[in-house]
Design a protein around this ligand. Structure first.
Ligand SMILES: NC(=O)c1ccc[n+]([C@@H]2O[C@H](COP(=O)([O-])OP(=O)(O)OC[C@H]3O[C@@H](n4cnc5c(N)ncnc54)[C@H](O)[C@@H]3O)[C@@H](O)[C@H]2O)c1
Length: 280
């Protein structure tokens, strides 16, 4: 089956990644839409033409909004009314759908799909896989996808395009938009990325104390890997002494009420800040 697919924001970070993958599939008639001079130049340098958004959208079976989340509400208000009935709108992040920022039309099916990124434990066989931390190039990753609004049959089309644009994909986990919003921003960004930044600050701190950087980096990155392996894979238990250090660290570093970040009100607040709709 041949599908016309428009990528709005095709010259941006995700637009470039997803179009690089979708151009590998002959069954997609891919249309590149972009607004900024840099984005247009980058599309042309890759050997593709830019199509006017209105022209592209009205003929598309699938429209991918690869634009910044803060613009998704406004751009969906321009794009959705131009989409043909039965088409699929695919967004790459749950924030705008969860916050009801997307323009809704009953005849359109809305699918949200987000990459999990390759797991720290994924088997990697080549240098290319090793270097592909983000996914979408060589390392296998899972993705999550949700039907936000519309028809089940059309969801499958959106899901297949998502699998192809984030390839190589091992598994697509079907979840809800609410669950995806709990995973990102809360689990992935509020907790995991914050923890990653604290780990980097830990390295900076011990280097400031005079420990040679290569020794500290090697020691810390190795201990991050074994810590994750013990916590997530149960390879072996933490030692009794290490468990005492963990209990001390949790008390000292984290607020005792840190799991409040999973409350709906907290999620709504952080998303409002991220989508800059606080004053709206
Ligand atoms: N960057 C990431 O790591 C990442 C990962 C997963 C999902 N996402 C999601 O992907 C989406 C895009 O994020 P990004 O980081 O690629 O953004 P980006 O800022 O890199 O790219 C956005 C592109 O959209 C273009 N654009 C803006 N308004 C436009 C318009 N009216 N018409 C056409 N083009 C327009 C911009 O010129 C830019 O090239 C967001 O929903 C984001 O949450 C991003």
């Amino acid at each position: 089956m041949s599908l016309t697919v428009s990528v709005i924001g095709a010259g941006g970070k995700m637009g470039t990644r997803v179009t690089n993958n979708l151009t590998k599939h002959k069954e997609y008639n891919l249309l590149f839409c972009e607004k900024s001079d840099n984005g247009i130049q980058s599309i042309q340098e890759r050997g593709f033409e830019v199509t006017d958004t209105a022209e592209a959208v009205k003929q598309s079976d699938v429209v991918i909004l690869a634009v910044p989340d803060v613009l998704l509400g406004r751009i969906s208000r321009d794009v959705v009314p131009m989409m043909k009935n039965g088409a699929v709108l695919l967004t790459l992040d749950p924030a705008a759908a969860y916050a009801n920022e997307l323009e809704l039309k009953n005849e359109i099916t809305y699918v949200v799909a987000h990459p999990c990124h390759p797991s720290v434990f994924v088997e990697k066989f080549t240098r290319e896989e090793h270097e592909d931390a983000f996914g979408g190039i060589a390392a296998k990753q899972d993705i999550v996808a949700a039907l936000f609004h519309g028809e089940e049959e059309k969801y499958s089309i959106g899901e297949q395009v998502a699998i192809d644009m984030y390839a190589p994909v091992e598994t697509c986990h079907r979840i809800t938009v609410e669950q995806m919003a709990i995973l990102e921003p809360t689990a992935a960004e509020v907790v995991a990325c914050t923890t990653a930044v604290i780990l980097k600050e830990t390295l900076d701190e011990v280097v400031k104390m005079g420990i040679p950087e290569p020794a500290a980096r090697s020691f810390l990155l190795g201990h991050i890997q074994i810590g994750l392996a013990v916590a997530f894979r149960g390879t072996n238990p933490f030692s009794d002494a290490c468990q005492i250090a963990i209990d001390y660290g949790k008390e000292k570093i984290f607020r005792s009420d840190w799991k409040d970040v999973f409350e709906k009100e907290e999620l709504d607040n952080v998303l409002k800040k991220m989508l800059q709709t606080q004053q709206a």
